[in-house]
Design a protein around this ligand. Structure first.
Ligand SMILES: [Zn+2]
Length: 126
């Protein structure tokens, strides 16, 4: 079943689940029951390898209440190898030296479970 709960459970198991449209090949992250490109319902769930590259990033200095003891930290949009993109926190980088963080750097997904919540984290893949 293509549900949000499935997606979240997948994250806790260190998996990023996506949807692939069987009609046009469109990749959607997270799971979607309908293709966002062609509107087809003929979609299937697949598991990404959790690898990708940094598309863009920003350093967060003012965070939501629950993350306020984590600042500064880096949030990046990751282009996954299979297609599609996902936002996550970046680790293995120095948020005080953003000039050293390069767009196009390879990263790997790892789930960070904080209490009841799962945080999407990408580690720079050296
Ligand atoms: Zn489609």
């Amino acid at each position: 079943m293509l549900t949000v709960q499935n997606y979240v459970n997948g994250l806790k198991d260190n998996k990023i689940l996506g949807t692939k449209c069987k009609n046009c090949g469109n990749i959607m992250i997270p799971l979607k029951p309908v293709c966002s490109k062609c509107g087809s319902f003929d979609v299937e769930e697949f598991e990404t390898k959790g690898k990708g590259v940094i598309r863009s990033f920003t350093v967060i200095y003012v965070a939501p209440e629950k993350f306020k003891d984590k600042v500064p930290y880096v949030v990046a949009i990751i282009n996954l190898d299979e297609g599609g993109a996902i936002m996550g926190r970046l680790t293995g980088v120095d948020p005080n030296k953003p000039e050293n963080i390069k767009v196009g750097t390879k990263v790997k997904f790892e789930a960070l479970v904080e209490g009841e919540e799962v945080v999407v984290v990408f580690r720079v893949d050296n």
